[in-house]
Design a protein around this ligand. Structure first.
Ligand SMILES: [Zn+2]
Length: 155
């Protein structure tokens, strides 16, 4: 014997579901006061709208809870960004520390490396704005070292 789901409400407007073999069985049990509201215990309950209708509208609180989850994920990923940034800064620092300091020969060396005239390696040094332009014209990527990462300024 199958059961049907019915939406019920008590006199305090609490909504709940009940499973009954038939609408007649539900009516019989409500008349005899056998069904009580799970929220307040009220036994004066009545049948509400059909289950499919109410089930459809019950998806609203589910949407709310999933948006809370995505907010939490946003929070977690922003915490991860901080960790990733810290790792990148560490990696960046390692690269800078390993790079050969060629001082004011930087532009000259960078062009030589770019043309394959000298050993390919990471270098760092000083370049004027004009020299940077020259390097960019050669198609050489140059980036400025932030002050707090410059090994010379860490002392
Ligand atoms: Zn109630």
């Amino acid at each position: 014997m199958g059961f049907k789901v019915f939406n019920l409400s008590c006199t305090n407007h609490h909504m709940f579901e009940g499973w009954f073999p038939s609408a007649e069985a539900l009516d019989d049990q409500t008349k005899r006061g056998l069904i009580s509201c799970p929220y307040c215990g009220e036994t004066q309950v009545k049948k509400e709208l059909s289950a499919p209708y109410v089930k459809g509208s019950s998806s609203v609180p589910q949407t709310n809870s999933s948006s809370k989850e995505s907010q939490l994920q946003d929070f977690q990923s922003s915490a991860n960004i901080e960790q990733v940034r810290a790792l990148l800064m560490k990696e960046f620092r390692n690269i800078i520390n390993k790079a050969e300091d060629v001082g004011d020969r930087f532009t000259e060396e960078a062009i030589k490396i770019h043309h394959g005239e000298t050993e390919e390696r990471s270098i760092r040094g000083q370049a004027t704005a004009e020299q940077r332009e020259q390097l960019l014209d050669e198609g050489i990527d140059v980036f400025s070292i932030p002050d707090d990462l410059d090994p010379k300024k860490q002392h």
